[in-house]
Design a protein around this ligand. Sequence first.
Ligand code: AHM
Ligand code: MG
Length: 316
Amino acid sequence: MKTLAQLLETCPFKGNRTDLKSIMEALTEGAKRIHKDVNRGGLANIYGAAGSENVQGEAQQKLDIIANDYLIEAMNGTGSVCVIASEEDEDILLTTHPQSPYVFCMDPLDGSSNIDVNISIGTIFCVFERLSPANEQPQLSDVLQKGRAQVLAGYILYSTATVLVFTTGAGVYVLGYDTDKESFIMVQEGVQIPENGKIYSCNEGNMLTYSAQVRGYLSLCKSRKYSARYIGSLVADFHRNMLKGGLFMYPSTEKDKNGKLRLLYECNPLAWIAEQAGGSAKTPEMAVLDVQPEKLHQRIPFFIGSKNMVQEALSI
Ligand code: AHM
Ligand code: MG
């Protein structure tokens, strides 16, 4: 059975292996700390609101902040990351090594509304090569790159088991966390999303505020007796649909024309995983990976999953 350490010695990388390996190792060390806290439930004092809001006006949970701190600390320790973009921080954060070659984007704790109720949550991340010269201060433009430029991306799902899913651009790896050995072990590689599926995932509480087209697609799903499955943690909803076939969507609503999910650190990493697994990730206009980000916390309407389902939904 291949460990993460062994996999990182052999998997292809679009960039410097030493740096990208150290980023993956740091990320997983941070994730192990999050896993530990999550699994201690109420005992680790991670439940409840932190009493603050993030830049998007969302109440921050204690674990949002704890996970953010763990991962920033981990990235500072690599010496390979110059700048970090996080859902929890209004601006980009320069690391303690601002001359380093890579940019790290993250949603440290996705599915915040599920933390306190013992339901699956996750960490989403991606890495870009910096664009600015190493002897200059990293810029926002280093972060605002199209998803196509990602060199490493994935997520960690803290669920009945903790799993790490990532791509370096040569297929998708799934690794399970062995709690006895405290190490990630590969369980699957070359994951393929079924081209068709019978699961649709969206917040149907927003139904009346969706466009007529989205409502039409949902009626079609119901007429075909597809299953509605929605956890409310993107990582968990995506993971299920990747393995079983299905469509996840967070479309425009009357109130939020761009939906809810953020391009840089939620949609792009999952979009790359989806494409690498033979699936699809689109806005109503284009492939998510081709969207040029204009601001740090930009949101987009998001459709992801089985290729034929994404295509059919958007053709309506
Ligand atoms: P978060 O990063 O603050 O947790 O917000 C993102 C989450 C996604 O995981 C999930 O798909 C979505 O918000 C659920 O939103 P809603 O409660 O509107 O259905
Ligand atoms: Mg999130």
